[in-house]
Design a binder for this molecule. Sequence first.
Ligand code: NAI
Ligand SMILES: O=C(O)C1=N[C@H](C(=O)O)C[C@H](O)C1
Length: 249
Amino acid sequence: MKRIIISGCNGKMGKKISSCIRERNDCTVVAGIDKNPESFDGFPVFAAPAECPVQADVLIDFSHPSALASLLAYCVDKKLPAVIATTGLSNEQIEQIKECSKQVPLFFSFNMSLGVNLLAQLAKKAAAVLGDQFDIEIIEKHHNQKIDAPSGTALMLADAVSSVLKEEPQYVYDRHAVRKKRSKNEIGIHAVRGGTIVGEHEILFAGHDEMLTLSHTAMSKEIFATGSINAAIFLCGKSAGLYDMGDIV
Ligand SMILES: NC(=O)C1=CN([C@@H]2O[C@H](COP(=O)(O)OP(=O)(O)OC[C@H]3O[C@@H](n4cnc5c(N)ncnc54)[C@H](O)[C@@H]3O)[C@@H](O)[C@H]2O)C=CC1
Ligand SMILES: O=C(O)C1=N[C@H](C(=O)O)C[C@H](O)C1
């Protein structure tokens, strides 16, 4: 029975994870960390990692970029493996994750669903064939409570596509600011926010008189919760290193 600490336990994803864990018999939640430290679900909740004295096997983080530094310090100090799923991280924060993974096992992905990770592979294949001639645009849609834009997944998909293009593309987020035609060497990335949309990602390859669209629709937050719990169980007992969905699919 793996003992899990949930960081961001009182948020939408934190609550979904604890309800999914209640249905399983291979793990249990032993503590939560949240800047709003109310305890709803029968485990103790602490306002910051340094205040959490509870022993655990692994931590799952769906919180906010401002939580990252103290979480990484805590995990390195306790030799506690962690699944980092929070998005909106800066490049410097991603470097910190890579650095800490030399001391403790860390699983890091901006999307914990199986489907999106296959989508990234399919997008790479399409870009390798079409990238020279087709324009590539990424459109993501999320609920009106989401703080960061574009989504971590949109950036992850753009990076996957870029990795197979001959020239490194420029990411363009705002066509409003500049009055000029689209250049060949760019990927447009567009964010839509509204209602309760769980998460949609579309990669559009637009050529001369033809279009190819690859897309993924998340229909519940449960897919991300299940992916992160499976990643946490996978991480227990692993040696220090940086892991991602490619290691478990
Ligand atoms: N990688 C993936 O598959 C997915 C990632 N996410 C990401 O997970 C994060 C959380 O998403 P939601 O649960 O929808 O957000 P939310 O806003 O509902 O929950 C965030 C929770 O974190 C807490 N929090 C904020 N700052 C904190 C801090 N400095 N220290 C401790 N706790 C803090 C808040 O009080 C809140 O309870 C977002 O970055 C989101 O983009 C969400 C779904 C899937
Ligand atoms: O905030 C969300 O809800 C989601 N965030 C992730 C992202 O930014 O890519 C993943 C998922 O699409 C849901």
